[in-house]
Design a protein around this ligand. Structure first.
Ligand SMILES: [Zn+2]
Length: 67
C-alpha cells in the first residue's frame, strides 16, 4: 500500500490520508478528495508532481512483518 498525507502537499490543517495499492490509485483518490474538500476542480500540474513526490510506502503498525 502507498499513502499520501494531504498536509504534506501544502494543506497544513488537513489530516486526510489517502491510501491506494499504487501511486496512480493514490493520485486518483487524492484528486477526488481535493475536489470535495478543497474545492479544487482540477489539480495543478505542479501540485500533482509535488503530491507524487511525497507518496510513501504505508506503514501499518499491526501488520509489521518480522523474520
Ligand atoms: Zn486535504
Amino acid at each position: 500500500m502507498r499513502e499520501l498525507r494531504c498536509k504534506e502537499v501544502g494543506m497544513p490543517n488537513c489530516e486526510f490520508v489517502v491510501r491506494g495499492k499504487d501511486d496512480d490509485e493514490v493520485m486518483l483518490k487524492a484528486a477526488e478528495h481535493a475536489r470535495h474538500d478543497h474545492n479544487m476542480q482540477t489539480i495543478p500540474l505542479d501540485l500533482a508532481r509535488k503530491a507524487r513526490g511525497v507518496i510513501r510506502e504505508s506503514s501499518e503498525p499491526r501488520q509489521s512483518k518480522r523474520g
